[in-house]
Ligand binder design. Structure first.
Ligand SMILES: Nc1ncnc2c1ncn2[C@@H]1O[C@H](COP(=O)(O)OP(=O)(O)O)[C@@H](O)[C@H]1O
Ligand SMILES: [Mg+2]
Length: 347
């Protein structure tokens, strides 16, 4: 039986080489848009204002966001032996993310995603390539032992990893780390509770967006109600809700935080940048309300740039937008200084 959330250490040990290990997907995103309302077939050439080739994948964007916030981050996952894989490796390394556990699959291609944007909305087309081959063997035990926190993303895109993620998280917890999960969308529409529930038993923080929270609970409900239903399945639940901000349910209470009013260039990676903000804030010892507020700001600020990682904020930029969060950190319960290189990071 896993320990109840309240029995879990909220402040995992500092004496580790990494604050965060991110497990999951990494691929190039081609972000195109704004696309016309009626996308035409029949070999019609249609011009869009802009296209950018950027680092994508929920896990990769989250890792970059966390690194920019000052965390020491390692990435575990898989790319193909191809130019797209080299692009991913270079982009992660450029942001200071350790890629020694980014495996090169000898046969399968690096995943590729086209993101078609229209205002704040987007359609996402992904060829999963080697994602489906990503498995628990891609997550070295030495990294689980060497990190304070493990975050997994894109659960439903990686069936082999999904089926073993409960064991990976249980092992991480046994070694003293905390865990978080952003399922992201399920393209199959099944949202299989038999696959997910064993993982929720060993997940400290579940971080879906509003549509995912509703889909995971199986019935159309309000966001707070969906969050409550998910919280009954184990973790602290944090639901991202676009321009509305976000709310958390700890099994007893709802806490909410607003988004920052921004004019988004595109919202690609907003949820992943939010996840980075939330995990960074909790690891730095902020309480739930402040962590949620910092996370919402990180999501909003990330929409100022194209693609997922360009406009991710530093820690100082994020806390400057949250009255009182800097003070609550300074009061800190936590030994925040255990995170090296955090203060004054300006990357
Ligand atoms: N249009 C927007 N305006 C302001 N903030 C936004 C906007 N869209 C997203 N955000 C911020 O980013 C966070 C995550 O975005 P959301 O779209 O809910 O997640 P996801 O990208 O996973 O679908 C939100 O909680 C909010 O703080
Ligand atoms: Mg998301």
């Amino acid at each position: 039986m896993p320990p109840a959330p309240s029995d879990r250490p909220s402040n995992p040990p500092f004496d580790r080489p990494f604050d965060l290990l991110v497990v999951g997907d990494a691929n190039p995103d081609v972000v195109l848009g704004p696309v016309p309302r009626d996308l035409a077939y029949g070999q019609r050439e249609q011009l869009v204002e802009r296209a950018d080739l950027v680092l994508g994948g929920s896990a990769a964007i989250m890792a970059c966001g966390a690194a920019r916030l000052g965390l020491r981050v390692a990435f575990a996952g898989r790319v193909g032996d191809d130019p797209a894989g080299a692009f991913v490796r270079t982009a992660l390394t450029a942001r200071g993310v350790d890629t020694s556990a980014l495996t090169t699959d000898p046969e399968l291609a690096t995943p590729l995603t086209a993101v078609l944007t229209r205002g704040a909305d987007r359609a996402i087309l992904t060829a999963p390539g080697c994602l489906a081959a990503t498995g628990p063997g891609d997550v070295p035990d030495a990294l689980l032992a060497g990190t304070r926190h493990v975050h997994a993303a894109s659960f439903f895109l990686m069936p082999r990893l999904a089926g073993a993620l409960a064991e990976v998280f249980a092992r991480a917890r046994e070694l003293g780390a905390t865990t978080s999960l952003d399922t992201n969308d399920d393209p199959s529409g099944r949202w299989d509770p038999e696959l997910l529930d064993p993982v929720l038993n060993v997940t400290d923080q579940l971080l879906p967006n509003a549509a995912e929270a509703r889909a995971l609970t199986g019935v159309a409900r309000g966001v707070a109600e969906a969050a409550a239903a998910l919280a009954r399945r184990g973790p602290l639940v944090v639901v991202k809700n676009s321009a509305e901000g976000a709310l958390a349910h700890d099994g007893t209470r709802v806490t909410a935080a607003p988004a920052l009013p921004v004019e988004p260039l595109d919202t690609v990676g907003a949820g992943d940048s939010f996840d980075a903000g939330f995990v960074a804030a909790v690891l730095r010892g902020l309480g739930l309300a402040d962590a949620l507020a910092v996370a919402a700001v990180c999501g909003s600020l990330s929409t100022r740039g194209r693609g997922g990682t360009e406009a991710q904020p530093t820690w100082d930029e994020a806390v400057a937008r949250v009255p009182g969060a800097g003070a609550s950190e300074a009061r800190g319960v936590t030994g925040v200084t255990g995170i090296t290189g955090v203060t004054g990071v300006s990357a």
